[in-house]
Design a protein around this ligand. Sequence first.
Ligand SMILES: NC(=O)c1ccc[n+]([C@@H]2O[C@H](COP(=O)([O-])OP(=O)(O)OC[C@H]3O[C@@H](n4cnc5c(N)ncnc54)[C@H](OP(=O)(O)O)[C@@H]3O)[C@@H](O)[C@H]2O)c1
Length: 249
Amino acid sequence: MNHVSFKPAANELDGKVILITGAGDGIGRQAALTYAKLGAETILLGKTVKKLTAVYDQIVAEGGKEPAIIPLDMKGATVKNYKDMALTIESEFGKLDGLLNNASILNSLNPIDHIYEDAFDKVMKVNLKATLFLTQALIPVLKKADKSSVIFTSSGVGKKGRAFWGEYAISKFATEGLMQTMADEFGHTNIRTNCINPGATKTTMRSKAYPSEDVSLLKLPEDIMPTYVYLMSDQSVDVNGESLDAQPK
Ligand SMILES: NC(=O)c1ccc[n+]([C@@H]2O[C@H](COP(=O)([O-])OP(=O)(O)OC[C@H]3O[C@@H](n4cnc5c(N)ncnc54)[C@H](OP(=O)(O)O)[C@@H]3O)[C@@H](O)[C@H]2O)c1
């Protein structure tokens, strides 16, 4: 079975509690809507409250289970914020079956000799450091589920460097390393860990990187959902340490 063409059952994610970072926009928004439609209870984490409440409203309007909202700016959040969040999730839900680490920033494209410290720190904070410590804080509650799935979001430039993608590309290489390290450490437990490379997808981030491209040629977030669902579903229970492309080559 190919994950790109995975066809989930209507209740594929029934009974699962799934947290999505960056759930207010782009791919994360679509993943939250899709997981909710397939029966999951979703926890929507993101920076802009208005976007999160719009996703909340849409999930409820479509008959999904009422989501929880966690407004959090991962640029400023601390380890204590993540630990408090994990305790709240444990007391509200008792377990966490899935974590989609999706939130990231691109900042701007620059040659190596124009990477500046503040931009580097900002991208590394959101894309890597915050993602690591958020995941770390959630490990105890991920252990409470029978089978839990952690997904990190990579990129083509996290597997092969590309000129001018600077700190963003570096953060995605590090994300692949984080995934592999965690997968090796937790592979014998109930927690499996994998990466998704979404591929070129029509979102705000993509339009920042390629402002003048023909967007009609791009995949939409809904087109790439089979891989996002596959890795959250029990169908992928033996998949660990993989970096999957969400689009066919
Ligand atoms: N689109 C592509 O072609 C493509 C290709 C390869 C990889 N990716 C990866 O796919 C993932 C999703 O990208 P996308 O294209 O959907 O991007 P997007 O449309 O820009 O959405 C990014 C999401 O991350 C959230 N976010 C950004 N900074 C945050 C912060 N400090 N704290 C909390 N949330 C924050 C945003 O919230 P706000 O809207 O509230 O700021 C937004 O919901 C990213 O990891 C990206 O690197 C995308």
